[in-house]
Design a protein around this ligand. Structure first.
Ligand code: 5CA
Ligand code: ZN
Length: 407
């Protein structure tokens, strides 16, 4: 499907260092030295409601990774899915009485405009689940050939025993896995499964639900097989980073990795990177709880999207944190000062700040450190240091190109 319009990325005044990220699987830092283009997959939205600040936090985090790679001189092949058929989408469409396709299309379009406003670089491939059904069928067939899937009534399940590395992405114990599996769309109690954690890969047709032809009868894809098939097709094996929010560590990313590793025998991704959860009113911001702050609602009330972006970047992407409006208003004020410093004919020398922004982003996407370096340059400039005529232009370029803040 169509992605969104790419913002211009200016040439930076300096080249960034090699990029390292924290890897959930090993618990350590992985320096990513891609040969050729860096390959990034980030799980996309399930489009049944508008983009909220939690989503935006995750996509801005991986946008900073994308930009850090580009700053280091790499091309980036970025792939993202849209879960445009799944239980929550069908349930919502049913509740509000509109066609699920229309709901998915409307919310995907809103997401595109939100991402554009936040200056998130679009993926090279933006791929829907529905259009990927042939890929899903092909991957299930490969799993079938190695005996990794079995039938339960009209459904097909993936056997977690098929991948020797099962559990090595999340590193959770069985009890934690079972709890998250039940909370996040799994069905540990389903009778007839070989292992409580085996994951649905093909859901046979149910009355009133959309269904597509397959060798196993009409039905629709399971959730994990969708991202596994899309990533394998568009990025190949052992791509650089699989990204998403930390609520996707298990079962989603564990199962995606399992599905692909079982058939290819090579790692799904080199690193698994997870953004923290944003809370609101004391709980994780989530569509099911309804405690949401929508990006579009803020934009509709004249909030500068760059202030939303800065509010997110004041937090380390791996931290869990709670959204409050005063952080947003603080970001609005900060941007006012940044604009003022950039508008002068000269400013404080910028070399150090430029280097620190690039260094911070390359070391596990440390946006708080990067934005603090900008603050220091702004403070020095507003205190009257106008010794460098090239500084405002250099800072403007690094803000736009590396941090995605166009002022
Ligand atoms: N379509 C699937 C992924 S294949 C899905 O999880 N969709 S989603 O719409 O529920 O979430 C989209 C992304 O936003 C995921 O990476 C998810 O981890 C992230 N996310 C959801 N809620 C929050 C939150 N409160 N804070 C931070 N990230 C969140
Ligand atoms: Zn996914």
């Amino acid at each position: 499907m169509r992605a969104w319009t790419a913002p211009d990325v200016p040439t930076l005044p300096a080249t960034g260092p090699a990029v390292a990220v924290h890897d959930t699987a090993t618990g350590g830092s992985v320096t990513l030295a891609p040969e050729g283009a860096a390959r990034l997959y980030v799980c996309g939205i399930t489009p049944y409601d508008a983009t909220h600040i939690g989503h935006a936090n995750t996509y801005v985090a991986f946008d900073l990774l994308n930009r850090a790679w580009r700053s280091a001189g790499h091309d980036v092949t970025y792939v993202q899915n849209v879960t445009d058929v799944d239980d929550p989408l069908l349930e919502r469409a049913d509740k509000v009485g509109i066609a699920w396709e229309a709901l998915a299309e409307r919310e995907t379009e809103l997401f595109r405009t939100d991402m554009e406003a936040l200056r998130v670089l679009p993926p090279a491939e933006y791929v829907g689940a529905v259009e990927s059904i042939p890929l899903v069928i092909e991957l299930i067939q490969r799993l079938e050939q190695i005996g990794a899937v079995y039938r339960v009534d009209e459904d097909l399940y993936y056997s977690v025993a098929a991948d020797d590395a099962f559990g090595e992405e999340s590193n959770y114990d069985r009890e934690t896995m079972t709890r998250f599996f039940a909370e996040r769309g799994g069905d540990p109690e389903r009778a007839g499964k070989k292992d409580r954690l085996d994951a649905l890969v093909w859901r046979g047709e149910r009355p009133g639900e959309p269904a597509w032809d397959s060798p196993w009868g009409k039905g629709r894809p399971g959730w994990h097989i969708e991202c596994a098939a899309i990533a394998l097709k568009h990025l190949g094996g052992a791509f650089d980073v699989q990204g998403g929010g930390s609520d996707l560590i298990f079962p989603h990313h564990e199962m995606c990795a399992g599905h692909v590793q079982a058939v290819t025998g090579e790692p799904f991704a080199r690193a698994y990177s997870h953004a923290g959860m944003v809370a609101y009113d004391g709980q994780k911001m989530s569509k099911s709880l309804g405690n949401l702050v929508f990006v579009s609602a803020l934009r509709n009330s004249d909030v500068d999207p760059m202030a939303i972006r800065l509010t997110l970047m004041r937090h380390h992407y791996r931290d869990d944190w709670e959204w409050t409006d005063d952080q947003l208003w603080k970001a609005v004020d900060d941007l006012g000062r940044w604009r003022q410093a950039l508008s002068g004919a000269a400013g404080a020398p910028a070399d150090e700040a430029v280097a620190e922004v690039l260094e911070a982003l390359a070391s596990d996407i440390d946006a708080p450190r990067a934005t603090a370096a900008v603050d220091r340059w702004v403070d020095a400039t507003l205190s009257g240091d106008a010794s460098d005529a090239g500084a405002p232009a250099a800072m403007r370029a690094v803000l736009d190109g590396a941090l995605g803040v166009l002022l």
